[in-house]
Design a protein around this ligand. Sequence first.
Ligand SMILES: *Cc1c(COP(=O)(O)O)cnc(C)c1O
Length: 431
Amino acid sequence: MHSFAYRGSELACEGVSIATLAKEYGTPLYVYSDATLTDHFTKLDRAFAPVEHQICFAMKSNSNLAVIRTLANLGSGFDTVSAGEIQRVEAAGGDPRTCVFAGVGKTEEEIAYALRKGIYSFNVESEAELSRISRVATRLKKIAPVAVRVNPNINAHTHAKITTGTYENKFGIAFEEIERVYARASRLPNLRLRGLQMHIGSQLTDVKPFRLAVQKVAPLVQKLNARYGFDFFSIGGGIGIVYQDALASGSPAWWRKPAGRKILTPDTYARTLLPLLKPLGLKVLLEPGRFLSGNAGILVTRVEFIKRTGKKHFVIVDAAMNDLIRPAFYDSYHEIVPVSKKSGRPIPSDVVGPICESGDYFAKDRPLPKVVEGDYLALLSAGAYGSVMGSNYNSRGLPTEVLVRGRKAAVVRRRQKVAAIWAQEAVAPWQ
Ligand SMILES: *Cc1c(COP(=O)(O)O)cnc(C)c1O
């Protein structure tokens, strides 16, 4: 379920008109739905009710303070990948003790920060990192809770840039090495072997790779748990979402329903994995990012120009790859809909931003109804890996972000003033 739908001919987020928000706050504009975040969290949480579990939202997908607060209030913990993200959790009023800390390149400073804040566990990605954590913990006279990330060598069959669970990428420690690494870790001072972690990739719409990975890893967890006394087994994130035909209801007539699209529901995910997880008797950690935030956000943009060339119909909009890089970076598909419904025959359109890069596009040859200068368009499913990947390329300020709850809307990030972009810069003294 998500809460972006036409009410009559106007796109709304919950009880708030998107056009009204766009007029009030300007564009480009990110709009997030509290109800959608809540619904997705609750569905996943309920699906795993038969086992002790903790959802740790992968906040790299969307780290806006208001999004973090919404999820923290629901009981979510956080999967963090830097000391900066742990500080963000604190800034949002969350508790670092609900955080796990992942990533292949943790610095000594970051490890020390996480230890002082009492994070729940380090997800360790290499033997060198284990030694470093042990060393920092010894220096600080702390016991560091650790879980090694196992690479189960299961291909998630998703986009190459988001596959993480095979031996061709930098993440985790090979399945065959794990027992030896734990044996070594058990001899290092000031470590507590708290669990095992895995994460095989992102945007998985088929449950099979998850099942294969848990099937492969569960016996290892059992063995290590008997030896070291674990608290948890983390099965990572990666639950995919629907990008095509992503509108909740009232799809316009020109809509082409993509054939054979797949949805991985929390129920299917839980029903498949619970029989494998339950016998372990351990707390299950889940690290969903996109599943919680992806369809909870849209990017609203205004049409600046229509440009026709011999071959193409370009719709030039005021949002760009610096606001949402996914199409350029991952060849991602985002549904694009007019904020006010349009009639008429769809025209194959290239929706492009103003940046001086041919990669600056949102869609190519996409059938869209005829739009004109000043119309608003919404790029759907932009709540995950959208705003967080924003940059100031072309000296463009980061956009405003709004959180909607029912009939209320609040600015949760003000548009960045352009002077703030170079505030940390200076001319050299000899100039
Ligand atoms: C990115 C990441 C996640 C979240 O991935 P999603 O596809 O957004 O669910 C979870 N765990 C780890 C270790 C990650 O790197």
